[in-house]
Design a binder for this molecule. Structure first.
Ligand SMILES: NC(=O)C1=CN([C@@H]2O[C@H](COP(=O)(O)OP(=O)(O)OC[C@H]3O[C@@H](n4cnc5c(N)ncnc54)[C@H](OP(=O)(O)O)[C@@H]3O)[C@@H](O)[C@H]2O)C=CC1
Ligand SMILES: CC(C)(CO)C(=O)C(=O)O
Length: 331
């Protein structure tokens, strides 16, 4: 626990140590926090054999994390906090596993995009927390994580789900600050996550389509639908201005477009076979259906990106102009 921390000491179990989870686990570990990483496959083998090759900004080093191959191998304690950092389509399987092994009072923190993970976690665990993840990072090869920021490695504001701030939020936020992140406890974390959701509606287009004016138009369409749907659903969303003010110049990402795109681009680039789009554009589609708002652009992006993932297609192989034509739109 950091000296600043309140409500601890905490032991962090990070489930999913890819771009975000790997970066957070490594930096918390380097700050002296007790961290266990849960990984799988070739990534797990590399972490055990060679450690995590971590780049942050221009610096690179190897970080030796305590690593296990499943949550069943974790030595669970009362003070354990789970940081869930898998893609949203992987959450259900992880939660089922966690429910079988972790004590039910374990706090579960969703270090993820989208807004569906917290609700899913609450079916199994009474204490769920939400983090708005502003952290451009990539994990494109086993054993390797790159944090693309020249400023703070990430901006990770924390709050209780569905609302409020408790001692776990305060302690986690302090530990994240001790690890170099920018972080504040926030009682309205989900309003921030809904603003982030609107931004992430562009992830699928970034993964599927070449850059250019047509892609920009398609992103604008999915976001306009998203704004309309959230308004119709009466969901609280922080303003674009507040979001921009919070980001300020804190991150200064160094992402090179040829090296890593959005997290959905990375899933497609790694040919993982599945993508997060059902929990990003699919969230807008779901809310649209519940509230009688048409969402053709989000439906098309959802279907298209799922198909590309299933077919293990190349990234950015499509021309967004073709998708605009399907929608009866043009640049
Ligand atoms: N990357 C980024 O820049 C950002 C990502 N985010 C969000 O953060 C969340 C995590 O994304 P990201 O870090 O990119 O994802 P990654 O795919 O890079 O990392 C997820 C890791 O979890 C592993 N995993 C999945 N299921 C299990 C399991 N059951 N047991 C152990 N390990 C498992 C994956 O393994 P495998 O590869 O085998 O599937 C992978 O190594 C997402 O919600 C994303 O949208 C938010 C902001 C920025
Ligand atoms: C880094 C960022 C903001 C945009 O690409 C992101 O959230 C993601 O990749 O999912």
């Amino acid at each position: 626990m950091s000296a600043e921390s309140a409500g601890g000491p905490h032991r962090y179990v990070v489930v999913g140590v890819g771009a975000v989870g790997g970066g957070v686990a490594a930096l918390l570990h380097e700050a002296g926090l007790d961290v266990t990483a849960v990984a799988r496959g070739e990534h797990l083998a590399r972490l055990r054999a060679e450690g995590l090759r971590l780049s942050v900004g221009h610096e690179e080093r190897v970080v030796r994390l305590r690593t296990v191959g499943s949550v069943g191998e974790v030595d669970w304690h009362d003070e354990t906090v789970v940081l869930l950092a898998v893609k949203s389509q992987q959450t259900a399987a992880v939660l089922a596993d966690l429910a079988a092994h972790a004590p039910p009072e374990t706090p579960v923190v969703c270090l993820q995009n989208g807004v569906s993970n917290e609700r899913a976690a609450l079916r199994h665990f009474a204490h769920v927390h939400a983090v708005t993840v502003m952290m451009p990072a990539s994990h494109l090869a086993p054993g390797r994580v790159v944090v693309h920021s020249l400023g703070a490695p990430g901006l990770l504001d924390v709050g209780s789900y569905p609302a409020g701030v408790d001692a776990v939020d305060e302690a986690l936020s302090a530990d994240l600050r001790a690890a170099g992140f920018e972080s504040l406890p926030r009682p309205d974390a989900m309003a921030w996550k809904h603003r982030k959701l609107l931004m992430n509606l562009g992830n699928g287009v970034d993964a599927a389509c070449q850059d250019g004016a047509a892609a920009e138009r398609l992103v604008a369409l999915v976001r306009e639908e998203g704004e309309r749907v959230l308004r119709a659903a009466g969901v609280a969303v922080v303003s674009r201005e507040d979001d921009l003010a919070r980001r300020g110049e804190l991150l200064r990402p160094l992402v090179r477009r040829d090296e890593a795109g959005s997290s959905t681009w990375q899933s497609l680039a790694r040919r993982t076979g599945d993508v997060e789009v059902d929990h990003l554009n699919g969230e807008v589609v779901l809310l649209g259906r519940l509230h009688g708002v048409p969402t053709p652009a989000n439906e098309l992006v959802q279907r298209t990106v799922n198909r590309l993932a299933r077919d293990a297609s190349d990234v950015r192989a499509m021309d967004a102009a073709d998708l605009l034509t399907v929608l009866g739109e043009q640049v």
